[in-house]
Design a binder for this molecule. Structure first.
Ligand SMILES: Nc1ncnc2c1ncn2[C@@H]1O[C@H](COP(=O)(O)OP(=O)(O)O)[C@@H](O)[C@H]1O
Ligand SMILES: [Mg+2]
Length: 260
């Protein structure tokens, strides 16, 4: 008996040192035969961590996060999310995993013909079919509260500013209560003040919802505010890794150039 108890305690203490929530090993992807985009990317995201990925346009940042959710199939490598090997999942298992991952893609558009409420309710109903109308309304209002836009519930997308639309997009991501959020250039196309609001919201979401995230951005103010750790993608591999403060003083001039 006593022995059994000891084992249990040991297991528990091992569980505390959790495996990364996302783990990518030696990821390769070539398009069209000769466009070698990823040439052995390795990265990890720990639970509760916000990882920022920097890199020039076309360096494969979006391709990397699309591989995580199975939107792009890599040629080689290993991707583990929640400890499960993404590349071995069947369609059903992959869909189940995707519900636990929110993404905010740059192009993520709201349905123009639907109000904010309908946009959010539509997403929720598509994923959770057994909710009552009242439950849906509660979830919609809670998601809007999380982005500070309860007042916009009856508005149409065309009536909203770019920053508000981005926040509604984020509310739509949050309504499914994801454990991981992948942000692809969340502040691109927004003015400085609105960008700052979105960056603060990303930080706020991490603290309140206990999410883990990858944030792809060119916006160094966003990186500074949100990054627990930064990775820089160059020529198909992770070229540098560190905190904002570390990379800002990196010995490699190319890395430093992002911070100027
Ligand atoms: N679905 C696709 N089919 C073919 N080529 C693609 C596809 N997606 C991305 N690429 C190519 O991969 C490279 C990296 O793209 P991407 O990951 O979008 O760059 P970024 O770092 O700017 O996000 C680009 O050369 C792009 O043309
Ligand atoms: Mg991209």
């Amino acid at each position: 008996m006593i022995k059994e108890k000891e084992n249990t305690d040991e297991t528990k203490s091992k569980e505390k040192k959790q495996a990364p929530i996302i783990e990518i090993k030696d990821l390769h992807k070539t398009f069209g035969g000769d466009n070698k985009v990823l040439k052995g990317v390795n990265l990890t995201v720990n639970k509760g961590e916000d990882l920022v990925i920097l890199g020039r346009s076309g360096s494969g940042k979006s391709v990397t996060i699309k591989c995580i959710v199975g939107l792009i199939e890599p040629d080689k490598g290993e991707i583990k999310v929640f400890g499960e090997n993404v590349l071995n999942l069947d369609k059903n298992e992959l869909n189940k995993m995707r519900v636990r991952i929110g993404f905010l893609f740059q192009s993520a558009a709201l349905y123009d013909s639907m109000s904010v409420r309908e946009n959010l309710a539509f997403t929720l109903a598509a994923h959770k079919r057994d909710l009552s109308a009242e439950e849906i309304e509660n979830e919609v209002m809670e998601a809007l509260e999380n982005v500070g836009l309860q007042d916009a519930v009856d508005k149409m997308p065309a009536e909203l500013s770019g920053g508000m639309r981005k926040r509604i997009g984020l509310a739509r991501t949050l309504i499914l209560k994801p454990e991981i959020i992948l942000y692809d250039e969340p502040t691109t196309g927004l003015d400085t003040i609105t960008s700052r609001e979105i960056s603060e919201l990303i930080l706020d979401i991490k603290h309140k919802q206990k999410t883990s995230s990858i944030i792809i951005t060119h916006d160094m103010a966003c990186a500074k505010l949100t990054a627990d750790r930064i990775m820089v993608l160059k020529e198909g591999v992770i070229h540098a890794e560190g905190t904002y403060e570390e990379l800002e003083k990196d010995e490699d001039e190319w890395v430093r150039s992002f911070f100027e």
